[in-house]
Design a protein around this ligand. Structure first.
Ligand code: NAX
Length: 329
C-alpha cells in the first residue's frame, strides 16, 4: 500500500459528513490499496464534536485509514489535499431570506476558495455539497482562480439518484434498468429532472411510462421537492442519501461513466445549451478514468423541457446577482 490520498471534508461534524466519512476511509471509494488521510474542517464551536467523530473513525480500525486531522483553519485542512468535499455551510434560520443565506454562505466560500487555491495539491478535485451548492461553487471557484475550471463541481447526484429511483418504481423495473437521467440547472426546487432523454431498458423512458401527465405533474415536482418530503417524514434533512450522492459522485469521477450513459453534475458552464459561460449549472456529464467532466452535448428538449430550463437558469442568474460583491472580476 504505497499511495496516500488526502481528502478534506468540511462541515465534518454535521450529519451528512457523519454518513460519509467511514465510507471514504474504508477503501470503498479509493480502493483497498490506497491510504486515506482525512483532513476535517469545522467551525470552532463544533471542534469538540468533531474530535468525537475522529475517535469513532479511529475505532473503526480501517487498514486504509492513514489518519484523521481536525482543524478550524481552512489553510490547515486544505493543505496538500487531492479531494475537497465542501459539505459545511450555515443553515437557513427562521426569518432569513434566501438572499441572506446566499450572502452568508457565499462569504464562507470566498475564504475556502482562496484557501484551496493556496494550499491544495495541484491535482485537487472539488465537490461542493453545502447549499446553495451551485452558487457556493461559483463563489469558491471565482475566488480560487489558480485551480483549473474543470476541477470544480457541485452536487446534483442525490437528485439524480432520486430521479432514477422514482422512474424505476413507476416502471416496475430495477434501478439499474434506468439510465441517461439528467438533473439540469440548480440544486433547488427549480431543477429539471429530465425524463425526456432518460432511458429504461435502453429505450426512451417515455415508452415504458406512457403517462405523460404523471411525468410532468407528479415525477418532476416529486424529485424537485424530495428533500422537503424527507424533512417532513424524518424531522431532519437528507443525510444518508446525501452522503451516498457525494460518494457516488467521487466514485464515478474516479471510475468513469458507463458506456452510453452519463451522470448528473453541476459544472462551470462553457456556454453549453445557451447557459452563460461561467455559471455553475447542472448538466449531463461523462468522465473517463478521472478525466474532467465532459458535458454531453446535442440533447434535445421539447417545449416542456425548454420552459423548465429557462426557469432554473433564471434562478441561477438571480443567485449570481445576489452574490456579485463576492465575485472578483
Ligand atoms: P449540518 O447542519 O448537520 O452540518 C453542517 C456542518 O457544517 C455543521 O457541523 C457546521 O458547524 C458546519 N459548518 C458551518 N459553517 C462552516 C464553515 N465555515 N466551515 C466548516 N464547517 C462549517 O448539515 P448537513 O445536514 O450535514 O448538511 C450540510 C450541507 O449540505 C447543508 O448546507 C445542506 O443544505 C447541504 N445539502 C446538500 C445537498 C445536495 O444535494 N447538494 C443534499 C443534502 C444537504 O441538505
Amino acid at each position: 500500500m504505497s499511495k496516500t490520498v488526502r481528502v478534506a471534508v468540511t462541515g465534518a461534524a454535521g450529519q451528512v459528513a457523519y454518513s460519509m466519512l467511514a465510507r471514504l476511509a474504508s477503501g470503498e471509494v479509493f480502493g483497498p490499496d490506497v491510504k486515506v488521510r482525512l483532513q476535517l474542517l469545522e467551525i470552532t464551536p463544533a471542534l469538540g464534536a468533531l474530535e468525537g467523530v475522529a475517535m469513532e473513525l479511529d475505532d473503526c480500525g480501517f487498514a486504509t485509514l492513514d489518519g484523521v486531522d481536525v482543524s478550524d483553519d481552512p489553510l490547515k485542512a486544505f493543505d496538500g489535499v487531492n479531494w475537497a468535499l465542501l459539505v459545511g455551510a450555515a443553515p437557513r434560520k427562521q426569518g432569513m431570506e434566501r438572499k441572506d443565506l446566499l450572502g452568508l454562505n457565499g462569504k464562507i466560500f470566498v475564504g475556502q476558495g482562496q484557501a484551496l487555491a493556496r494550499r491544495a495539491a495541484s491535482d485537487v478535485r472539488v465537490l461542493i455539497v453545502g447549499n446553495p451548492c451551485n452558487t457556493n461553487c461559483l463563489v469558491a471557484y471565482k475566488n480560487g482562480k489558480d485551480i483549473p475550471h474543470d476541477r470544480w463541481s457541485a452536487m446534483t447526484r442525490l437528485d439524480h439518484n432520486r430521479a432514477v429511483s422514482a422512474l424505476a418504481k413507476k416502471a416496475g423495473v430495477p434501478n439499474g434498468a434506468v439510465s441517461n437521467v439528467t438533473i439540469w440547472g440548480n440544486h433547488s426546487n427549480t431543477q429539471f429532472p429530465d425524463f425526456t432523454n432518460a432511458k429504461i431498458g435502453g429505450k426512451p423512458a417515455t415508452e415504458s411510462i406512457t403517462d405523460r401527465a404523471w411525468l410532468e405533474a407528479t415525477f418532476v415536482p416529486a424529485v424537485q421537492t424530495r428533500g422537503a418530503a424527507v424533512i417532513k417524514a424524518r424531522g431532519l434533512s437528507s443525510a444518508l442519501s446525501a452522503a451516498n450522492g457525494a460518494i457516488d459522485h467521487v466514485k464515478t469521477w474516479l471510475a468513469g461513466t458507463a458506456a452510453g450513459d452519463w451522470t448528473s453534475s453541476a459544472v462551470i458552464s462553457k456556454g453549453e445549451y445557451g447557459v452563460p459561460a461561467g455559471l455553475v449549472f447542472g448538466y449531463p456529464c461523462t468522465t473517463t478514468n478521472g478525466s474532467p467532466w465532459q458535458v454531453v452535448e446535442g440533447l434535445k428538449h421539447d417545449a416542456f423541457g425548454k420552459e423548465r430550463l429557462k426557469i432554473t437558469l433564471t434562478e441561477l442568474l438571480e443567485e449570481q446577482d445576489a452574490v456579485k460583491e463576492l465575485l472578483p472580476s
